[in-house]
Design a protein around this ligand. Structure first.
Ligand code: MG
Length: 238
């Protein structure tokens, strides 16, 4: 396989977003006191994840601004507890949560060994998000210096799984899609989207939650499934 450019998704592929979200929302909830502090951690973490998924999708589809999706998440999270936040209060609430979220930023353990093993390949990020915010995570974890380009949907107006964002990344690197692979933790948004643009799409299923239907879809799209980034260098060498 002649892959010279290896592109990655950021959140939950290289950057351990979920862990920081779980620690962040738990710490923030407890700091608020009252019923929220006493609530079930597993239930509240799942609810926060659901709200992120819902409102972030509204941002990616252009329905909400980046700050707007944060605001809606904050409002919806506390609403079942009889708390009503106005816009300014919701912004302040989210800013306090962010401090807790940012406190625990880290990469997954398999990232740096994978990049070492793949060198001298060229590296890039294609992410659905706000360019500056995504870059701040990469800067804090030492990742920013290790990649050539960061392609963020918020900066170019096209989001994964639209093949256009993957083709754009290849153009930025000056390579044909066949010379690039894309690795991400979401089968359809990441791997199948990239495959439909002509790249080798690779699905990183860290928790091993692939269903038989998903494995069929991955196979049909020519998408290899890996459980760890340690599997990527041998895959690309084969
Ligand atoms: Mg991801």
């Amino acid at each position: 396989m002649t892959i010279s450019v290896v592109l990655f998704d950021l959140d939950d592929t290289l950057f351990d977003h979920r862990r920081s979200v779980e620690l962040g929302i738990t710490a923030h909830r407890i700091s608020l006191g009252g019923d929220l502090a006493d609530a079930d951690p597993t239930v509240e973490f799942a609810r926060w994840n659901g709200l992120e998924e819902h409102h972030y999708h509204r941002y990616l589809s252009g329905e909400l601004e980046f700050l707007g999706q944060r605001r809606e998440r904050a409002k919806d999270f506390v609403a079942p507890y009889g708390i009503e936040l106005d816009d300014d209060e919701a912004d302040a609430w989210f800013a306090t949560y962010l401090l807790e979220y940012e406190r625990t930023w880290q990469l997954h353990d398999d990232v740096l060994p994978c990049l070492e093993a793949l060198t001298p390949a060229r590296f890039g990020i294609v992410t659905n998000g706000d360019l500056e915010f995504q870059q701040s995570k990469m800067r804090a974890t030492g990742l920013l210096d290790r990649v050539e380009y960061v392609i963020a949907s918020g900066a170019i107006g096209v989001a994964k799984p639209d093949p256009a964002i993957f083709r754009h990344a290849c153009e930025v690197f000056g390579v044909e899609p066949e010379a690039a692979c894309y690795v991400g933790d979401r089968l359809r948004t990441d791997a199948v989207g990239a495959a439909s643009a002509g790249l080798l799409g690779v699905w990183l299923d860290r928790p091993g939650v692939a269903t038989p239907d998903e494995l069929t879809d991955a196979s049909a799209a020519g998408v290899p499934v890996i459980r760890s980034l340690a599997e990527l260098p041998p895959l690309l060498a084969s």
